[in-house]
Design a binder for this molecule. Structure first.
Ligand SMILES: [Zn+2]
Length: 112
């Protein structure tokens, strides 16, 4: 009786997750959906990351377009502003690369 744990089922495929409750490493996405079994969690996480990549990519292209536009407008503009714009684009590119890398790792884990 003391060892009785609630049976936690995957919210996606109804397989028991072998975990019980958030205190026991149950798998939830960052949006709070779950609990998931491990294969479903990987799939859900990959989907989340793919959504994140779409957003990052859109932001990246938008910022890049703004930057190009600014460059055309002020050929002799102040170098400080240009530097911070370039840093922003660089930051987005780094985050985009990071998200791509996470997806590759998750897919390798899943297909292993
Ligand atoms: Zn599942």
């Amino acid at each position: 009786m003391a060892n009785e744990r609630p049976l936690e089922l995957c919210c996606c495929c109804d397989t028991p997750t072998d975990k019980a409750g958030a205190s026991e490493d149950s798998l939830y996405t960052e949006d709070g959906e779950g609990p998931y079994c491990e294969p479903c969690y990987n799939d859900a996480h990959i989907e989340e990351l793919e959504d994140e990549i779409v957003t990052l990519r859109n932001n990246f292209h938008r910022d890049l377009a703004v930057l190009r536009h600014d460059l055309d407008l002020r050929k002799t503009s102040d170098a400080m502003q240009l530097q911070s714009d370039t840093a922003l684009v660089q930051e987005l590119r780094t985050r985009l690369d990071g998200a791509h890398k996470k997806i590759r790792e998750l897919m390798e884990d899943r297909d292993a």
